[in-house]
Design a protein around this ligand. Structure first.
Ligand code: ADE
Length: 224
């Protein structure tokens, strides 16, 4: 997958790039690139945003700046770009991210995440350049960068090879394998600690019973 992030703060992603499941994903040929609109703005003084028409606090990312940045980076009109790859505007009011949305994105060959800052985007960016919107929850972040990292983290770890052998993204919380329920509880050594013992079935070696116990706990946690 080629995952591109359009952000005024590309350096934020340097730390993210160094995380193990992310470096694993890179080793498998996946990419995470950043594009800074400030480097492509046609406006003087590296301007990228402006005050909102109609008044109000904060600044709004300009549509002409986003147009120029996407055009310079991809060499195509951003109106066309969204027919070639998913272009996702990160915004608190967008489609809320859940496991099904992550699966949908993990199946894409190429995604571009647009990070808003301050008061967000000029709405024409969302209307004309984005194929989708995405919210990481119904609260407002100072910008889309942390939301982009949430998306990148959740998507990249689903890709084959990103997690170690011992881990798997198939049977985990909210997955289809667990019927959308939260994951069952995990335990490790010591089997007894301060009188708190591990459920004996997990020490029994009976795989079918363990499986059954885990399914039941998962369903309980999901309220069914
Ligand atoms: N930008 C600001 N807040 C956000 C949120 N909750 N989700 C996605 N992008 C955002």
């Amino acid at each position: 997958m080629q995952l591109d992030v359009v952000t005024l703060f590309p350096q934020w992603f340097d730390w993210f790039r160094s995380q193990r499941h992310v470096t694993n994903a890179f080793a498998e040929g996946h990419e995470l690139r950043t594009l800074n609109p400030r480097e492509h703005t046609p406006l003087s003084g590296a301007q990228v945003d402006d005050t909102p028409f109609g008044g109000g606090a904060g600044m709004v990312l300009r549509v002409d700046v986003m147009d120029a940045a996407l055009r310079a980076f991809y060499g195509t009109d951003p109106i066309e770009l969204k027919t070639e790859r998913r272009v996702i505007a990160l915004t608190p009011g967008g489609r809320v991210l859940d496991d099904a949305y992550v699966d949908e994105l993990a199946a894409e060959p190429a995604i571009t995440l647009l990070c808003g800052r301050y008061e967000g985007f000029d709405e024409r960016i969302v209307q004309h350049f984005a194929s989708d919107t995405l919210s990481v929850g119904r609260y407002v972040l100072a910008g889309g960068e942390l939301a982009a990292m949430v998306v990148a983290d959740a998507v990249l770890r689903k890709l084959p090879g990103a997690l170690g052998h011992a881990e798997s993204a198939v049977e985990e919380s909210f997955s289809a394998a667990l019927e959308g329920n939260p994951e069952y509880p995990h335990y490790t050594r010591p089997a007894e600690y301060r009188g708190w013992s591990v459920p004996s079935v997990l020490l029994s070696g009976h795989h079918a019973e363990i499986e059954n116990w885990r399914r039941t706990r998962s369903r309980e946690r999901g309220g069914s």
